[in-house]
Design a protein around this ligand. Structure first.
Ligand SMILES: C[S@@+](CC[C@H](N)C(=O)[O-])C[C@H]1O[C@@H](n2cnc3c(N)ncnc32)[C@H](O)[C@@H]1O
Length: 290
């Protein structure tokens, strides 16, 4: 079968769901991954043909796309902060706004003159995207990462190997962690960063079907009546486990900026700042331990 004929089938079946440009881009990614065909060849509609075996994963991917499965789960990987990350149904697909959170932290720790390592803890690490990007870009540093999901941690460990960095991955529940049983007893950090679950159930209506049906709800949702549940627990933890002048960084729900400022100030943080993402939405908060 000619690649250009298969491309037509993708457009016929998917354009109504995703739009022509996005389908074009999916098709590129899939033929590159499964058939090692260059983007240029696909774009130019050359007379390249593919075998029956090569067609098989492409038709499977077409069916998955029809069922709203995100392309990142179909390919099993994505790019974040210029680095490759494996993802599966146990890990949230890293988002561009989280790259902005990583940038905020990286900007706060420009290349170190001293040999002292910046100690960093990422809470709710998922695929490991924040922890691994920071380990790669803040040098020297020592990075730990916590998640309650053993399956997410398994994927995050593989991503650390893939990116050739060392991260100390820890299994634990930030909501029930007490000072006594904590893996972090008597340990303090320069940086605590987190992108915890923050979508209220009432906001489900605003979400796309492919997110709702495929991404792990453990990573996304909080109850309507306690949307700051994770932020309160993490801020309390940070009061105990940040060094003096250590910094706390959060990705936040765009609707809860003022509440987040209040939370950090109530817990004694100084220089609390609310930051907007690329779209101008309140998306990050940082504060310094007083
Ligand atoms: C919004 S996702 C963020 C994942 C990743 N850091 C990112 O930015 O793409 C939240 C993460 O918190 C984890 N999580 C949920 N409840 C938790 C808990 N009680 N303790 C620790 N981690 C938790 C989820 O498994 C998920 O990986």
């Amino acid at each position: 079968m000619l690649v250009k004929d298969l491309k037509q089938i993708f457009h016929k079946e998917l354009d109504a769901i995703y739009g022509k440009d996005e389908v074009f881009s999916f098709f590129f990614m899939l033929t590159e991954q499964y058939c090692n065909i260059s983007r240029l060849d696909v774009a130019l509609d050359t007379k390249i043909s593919i075998t029956k075996e090569e067609q098989e994963p492409l038709f499977k991917a077409l069916e998955s796309l029809k069922q709203n499965t995100p392309i990142q789960y179909i390919l099993g990987e994505t790019e974040f902060y210029g680095l490759p990350f494996k993802v599966n149904a146990n890990t949230l697909i890293p988002r561009p706004e989280t790259e902005e959170l990583v940038q905020l932290v990286v900007d706060a720790y420009p290349k170190q003159n001293s040999k002292a390592k910046v100690s960093i803890l990422d809470i709710g690490t998922g695929s490991g995207c924040i922890a691994i990007s920071l380990a790669k870009n803040i040098v020297p540093s020592s990075v730990s990462a916590l998640d309650v999901s053993a399956k997410a941690l398994e994927q995050a460990r593989q991503n650390a190997v893939l990116n050739n960095v060392e991260v100390d991955f820890v299994a634990g529940d930030i909501l029930t962690m007490t000072e006594g049983d904590s893996a972090f007893k008597n340990i303090t950090f320069d940086v605590i960063v987190s992108n915890p679950p923050y979508v209220r159930n009432l906001e489900k209506l605003e979400m796309q079907a492919n997110v709702l049906e495929n991404e792990p709800h453990l990573a996304l949702f909080v109850a309507d009546d306690n949307p700051l549940l994770f932020y309160k627990a993490i801020t309390g933890f940070a009061v105990q486990h940040l060094k003096q002048n250590g910094q706390l960084f959060f990705e936040i729900n765009e609707y809860l900026g003022p509440e987040m400022i209040q939370l950090l100030e109530d817990n004694g943080f100084k220089d609390v700042q609310l930051k907007q993402d690329f779209f101008g939405k309140d998306r990050m908060v940082k504060g310094t331990k007083g």
